[in-house]
Ligand binder design. Structure first.
Ligand code: HEC
Ligand code: HEC
Length: 207
């Protein structure tokens, strides 16, 4: 009898209703990734050695150059990439003969003169893919810089580079990319100022 009571007791203990862990409420929005703002030129005044200062200025500018907003249009294949993860462009599109898409699927079919918020498609009147000689993905900042000034590939003077970085409207899109896309750090003016200061310090770049 006692044994029976004991068994009942043990079974009752084993089968007792257990409280499940309370579900935790997840906040609807994830915390945004905080990107350090672009350092102003004055932040580099303390570097006395002009060569070291030049490299440091270019490295800071490189935070823009290597940003997905720029890199997505400078792929090393014929297909642009998308998002911060730099995934292959969906749908599959190709640069075509002029960088503006295949004859049957032009970039401008979807990318219009301005960002289109309704369907979240980025836009700019000049929307096209950088030349294959101007591919940046998979290259270090130093390699990118060497390539910029390599006469065997696309060749750009330092003055042209400054003009392009500081004033080009397509480059400027990277700071106003529309949708939820994080913009390149800083402003185009700050970026231009870094490139200008870099030129004044003999325009060195990292190895
Ligand atoms: C069928 C429509 C369509 C065509 C054609 C198209 N795109 Fe896109 N593209 C999109 C959409 C939609 C997005 C936004 C996707 C997202 O952010 O998730 C996008 C995003 C991009 C981005 C990424 C922007 C960023 O930084 O995240 C680049 C770069 C791009 N397109 C380049 C091109 C180029 C270059 C062409 C022509 C060779 C082209 N696209 C043709 C629809 C298209
Ligand atoms: C929508 C596509 C697109 C985006 C976004 C883009 N570029 Fe480009 N980029 C191009 C195209 C097209 C060219 C070649 C045509 C030209 O020289 O204007 C180019 C050329 C360049 C060149 C000259 C490269 C060389 O080897 O001569 C530089 C420098 C450059 N881009 C900088 C940038 C920077 C910096 C950003 C981001 C802040 C950026 N680009 C974003 C399409 C893009």
């Amino acid at each position: 009898m006692i044994l029976f009571a004991l068994i009942i007791l043990i079974v009752a203990i084993l089968l007792r209703p257990l409280t499940l862990p309370k579900p935790e409420a997840l906040s609807a929005a994830f915390a945004p990734v905080v990107v350090a703002p672009l350092k102003p030129v004055s932040a580099f005044n303390a570097i006395v050695d002009p060569a070291a200062r030049s490299v440091a200025l270019f490295q800071e500018a490189g935070r823009v150059i290597r940003h997905p907003r720029c890199m997505n249009c400078h792929p090393r294949t014929d297909r642009p990439t998308q998002t911060d993860a730099m995934r292959p462009h969906m749908p599959a599109v190709a640069r075509g003969p002029d960088g503006a898409g295949d004859p049957h699927l032009r970039c401008a079919t979807c990318h219009n003169d301005a960002n289109f918020t309704g369907r979240d498609v980025p836009g700019n009147p000049q929307w096209l893919l950088a030349l294959i000689e101007q591919a940046w993905q998979g290259r270090s900042l130093g390699e990118t810089c060497r390539q910029l000034f390599d006469p065997a590939r696309s060749y750009i003077t330092r003055a042209e580079l400054l003009e392009h970085m500081a004033n080009d409207a397509l480059v400027g899109w990277a700071w106003h990319p529309g949708g939820d896309r994080p913009p390149a750090p800083g402003t185009q003016a700050q970026f231009g100022a870094l490139i200008a200061a870099w030129r004044e310090t003999d325009a060195r770049w990292p190895a």
